[in-house]
Design a protein around this ligand. Structure first.
Ligand code: ASP
Length: 450
């Protein structure tokens, strides 16, 4: 965080400067661990409803602040980014590279998921009795997910394309779920801007540049509250999960531990093997440095389970701490937050095969290849919000003829796995941003190393 001298009035400035002593990711980790401990303590003392009433709102306010600036940030930074590209052919090259890398990493993620789940066979560890118990207990939740997914599948084949083009900008900006529509508008606006002589658009350019700087400063200010926000989110999550019967919650975790572990091993493979490998092949960028730079965004992804809410921080980290140019990051990251979900697609592959194993259904090679295709589409269609990946899982299950009621088997641990897969979703987007920037000669010295 670099605070310009005289740029901010005293109280905030002083708080920010004091915080500078400890790196931001450490502050967030402390908030996270303290939140978990506090959540465990309060559920053992029966304070859960107090935590939900008095602590959870702090987390909600923090996430709302992040969501609040996501849309304006996407609009302002994308217009500025595209305007600085100078010519449209550069944009189409950037687009082709980005989309190809997004598709490639998603297919790799699904393949890793399939290999892990076939090797570890987590479904065989779930007893028939436990399976029926879970099925009965979460039947209503599974049915509601199927209903939601039904709405998606009832539309025509070109509907996703139609959905990208908004009929009203303000309506599009009114809901974060429409991020792609705002990306579309900003790209369109930016292209038109490039096509007009500079002197006619100077005012508009400097307006968006100014707005962009202000919004990035707002991200800095919101991040001062990150340790407290993360504390509140984690404490509330644990209190709600444990509910009035912590022993029961633990029992559920145990029954699904091998499945959860399979998902986590797959996700870890992406972060610790695949992305470093891609860095080696395509860039000279040091992966450890990347990991350190993106750390706060990963921690937020973990705490909020939402790539969209994390987007402002991902953009700030990638630009200021990794040195990716705004031209690249403003295009690659908002697109990635909505369409590139390596963690989600991997999880969907593991969950589908796990459900098949638990029901004693053998999936043929052709069916597993179908999973590669449908999980790619389903992860593209998943929104960057908590739980979205599980709704779209219905489509993957249906594509291989599995009963969608099988979702009931995995609902209990989904929130926890959602946190982990969102970390991979955000890391994957940031990794592609660095790779694209490096290939375009758009990696510069970062503004700050912290
Ligand atoms: N929560 C994930 C994200 O925001 C999506 C999902 O897998 O549910 O990236």
């Amino acid at each position: 965080m670099n605070y310009p001298v005289g740029g901010l009035p005293s109280p905030f400035y002083r708080v920010a400067m004091k915080k500078k002593k400890l790196a931001l990711h450490w502050q967030i980790i402390i908030g996270l661990v303290a939140g978990v401990l506090f959540g465990l303590l309060s559920s053992s003392l029966g304070w859960n409803s107090w935590v939900v009433d008095w602590v959870k709102p702090i987390g909600t306010i923090f996430v709302n602040l992040l969501k609040l600036i996501a849309m304006p940030l996407v609009l302002a930074s994308l217009v500025v980014g595209i305007a600085s590209l100078k010519d449209v052919s550069k944009l189409s090259r950037l687009g082709t590279k980005t989309i190809s890398l997004y598709l490639a990493t998603t297919v790799i993620a699904i393949t890793i998921g399939l290999v892990t789940v076939n090797l570890l066979q987590p479904g065989s560890y779930l007893s028939a009795q436990k399976r029926d118990e879970l099925k009965a207990r979460y039947a209503t939740e599974a049915a509601s997910k199927s209903e939601k997914a039904e709405l998606v599948t009832q539309t025509g084949p070109l509907q996703p394309l139609v959905d990208v083009v908004p009929d009203n900008l303000f309506k599009a900006m009114g809901d974060n779920i429409n991020m792609l529509q705002v990306v579309f508008f900003a790209v369109f606006f930016g292209i038109a801007l490039i096509l007009i002589p500079d002197e006619q658009t100077a005012g508009v350019r400097s307006f968006f540049e100014g707005a962009n700087h202000i919004i990035l400063k707002m991200v800095d200010l919101i991040m001062i509250g990150a340790p407290y926000g993360v504390f509140a989110l984690l404490a509330a999550l644990i209190a709600e999960f444990a509910g009035s019967n912590p022993a029961d919650a633990l029992e559920l975790l145990k029954a699904l531990s091998v499945y959860s572990l399979t998902v986590i091993i797959g996700l870890a493979t992406m972060i610790f093997i695949i992305y470093p490998l891609l860095f080696r092949i395509f860039t000279k960028f040091n992966y450890a440095r990347f990991f350190k730079g993106i750390g706060p965004a990963q921690l937020l992804a973990f705490s909020t389970s939402s790539s969209s809410a994390t987007l402002p921080v991902t953009m700030e980290r990638v630009e200021d701490h990794l040195g990716v140019s705004e031209e690249v990051s403003s295009f690659v990251l908002p697109l990635g937050a909505t369409v590139n979900m390596d963690g989600t697609s991997l999880y969907q592959a593991v969950a589908t095969v796990f459900i098949a194993q638990a029901f004693g259904t053998d999936l043929s090679l052709a069916q597993q290849l179908t999973i590669v295709l449908t999980a790619t589409l389903a992860s593209i269609g998943s929104a960057g919000v908590p739980g979205a990946g599980m709704v779209m899982l219905v489509i993957v299950l249906e594509s291989v003829g599995l009963d969608t009621a099988g979702i009931a088997l995995i609902v209990a641990v989904d929130r926890i796995l959602d946190m982990a897969r969102t970390v991979v979703n955000v890391t994957g987007d940031a990794a592609v941003a660095v790779i694209v920037a490096s290939s375009e000669g758009q990696l510069h010295e970062p503004k700050t190393e912290e």
